[in-house]
Design a protein. Structure first.
Length: 333
């Protein structure tokens, strides 16, 4: 019977995968009943492959770039809102919002491809992502309605009727841009990567603190409002990502929270006044109303949202989505 000589040369980028490649080559060569000479060549990882795995590098690049893009898209939107005639403003603003939303989403997808060499599955909108966005929006709406329900019972919120839809468009645009931009930067670019490095608990604490710090310069901000943002928003939105492992859940929640607060109830949103569909002013103790910062600084909002966050965390733990404490300087590619 004829005998053939076969030489298999295997090049792999990662040394820990050479054994799989060797077996595959061996079986292929053995099918010819041949003598096999196999050369294993482990290719050295290039500098970018190594640098992109450094946790602090990946974390800083993701967060800084995503946050810069989020801040940057607000300038042309502001220019359009100030320069265009009122007749052209609604369609122009909506078109610009859609475009700049795609810019922010595309930036995230590109960063994941460059640094992690994979598709951004946590941003997939088809099927499950679409449903999660809807559920997140429903949760955000219901949470704020519950907060106002409690404020009504406490005699802090006062119903004054409809105000019209005049201020709804600007709040809708702000809610979309902030919901997408802040969630990509803080949950997708900071919490997610930090969680891979230090575990879930550390990522929740640090991302919530960073998110609160971002709001510390807002009009009407106080020590109480900063702590409130950390607990009710920072922890809740991190828990929303953790329980779903899809960014559309916290994006939907964040969007609906902001729009319901300012666009529906006409409340002050993080220190900025808006005109909502209804007139529901707040008056009374600042610990209940939130003062000049708005109802986000209310103890009622903190209690409602932090409770919701704990429920989501409990569900995540039950489903095995809580990552234990670790300390990794190098992340997976």
């Amino acid at each position: 019977m004829a005998s053939y000589f076969c030489q298999a040369t295997i090049r792999v980028a990662r040394p820990d995968t050479w054994d799989v490649a060797f077996v595959q080559a061996f079986l292929h060569a053995a099918s010819y009943r041949s003598h096999v000479t196999t050369e294993i060549v482990v290719a050295k990882a290039n500098w970018w492959h190594t640098l992109s795995r450094v946790a602090i590098v990946r974390l800083l690049v993701f967060f800084v770039v995503l946050h810069a893009v989020y801040q940057g898209v607000q300038y042309p939107l502001e220019w359009i809102s100030n320069k265009l005639p009122d007749a052209f403003l609604p369609p122009a603003m909506l078109a610009a919002t859609a475009f700049f939303s795609l810019v922010m989403l595309g930036t995230y997808v590109l960063l994941v491809r460059l640094f992690e060499r994979r598709p951004a599955t946590e941003l997939s909108f088809r099927g499950r992502g679409r449903r999660l966005a809807a559920w997140g929006a429903l949760l955000g709406f219901l949470l704020f309605c519950l907060i106002y329900g409690v404020l009504f019972l406490l005699g802090v919120a006062h119903w004054e009727g409809r105000a019209g839809f005049g201020g709804a468009l600007i709040m809708l645009i702000i809610a979309i841009i902030s919901g997408i931009g802040e969630e990509l930067a803080y949950r997708g670019g900071f919490f997610r990567i930090l969680e891979e490095s230090v575990g879930t608990l550390g990522a929740i604490i640090l991302s919530a603190a960073l998110f609160a710090y971002y709001h510390i310069g807002n009009p009407g901000a106080t020590a109480v409002s900063t702590i409130a943002i950390a607990l009710e928003a920072g922890v809740l939105l991190a828990a929303a990502y953790m329980v779903s492992r899809n960014l559309w859940f916290p994006i939907g929640l964040h969007f609906a929270w902001n729009f319901t607060e300012g666009g529906v109830f006409g409340a002050i949103v993080s220190g900025k006044a808006f005109h909502g569909i209804f007139k529901v002013p707040l008056s009374g103790n600042v610990l209940l109303t939130g003062g000049a910062f708005g109802p986000e600084a209310s103890l009622v909002a903190v209690a409602v949202c932090f409770t919701a966050a704990l429920i989501l965390i409990a569900i995540a733990i039950r489903n095995g989505r809580w990552k234990p404490f670790t300390f990794r300087l190098m992340l997976e590619p």
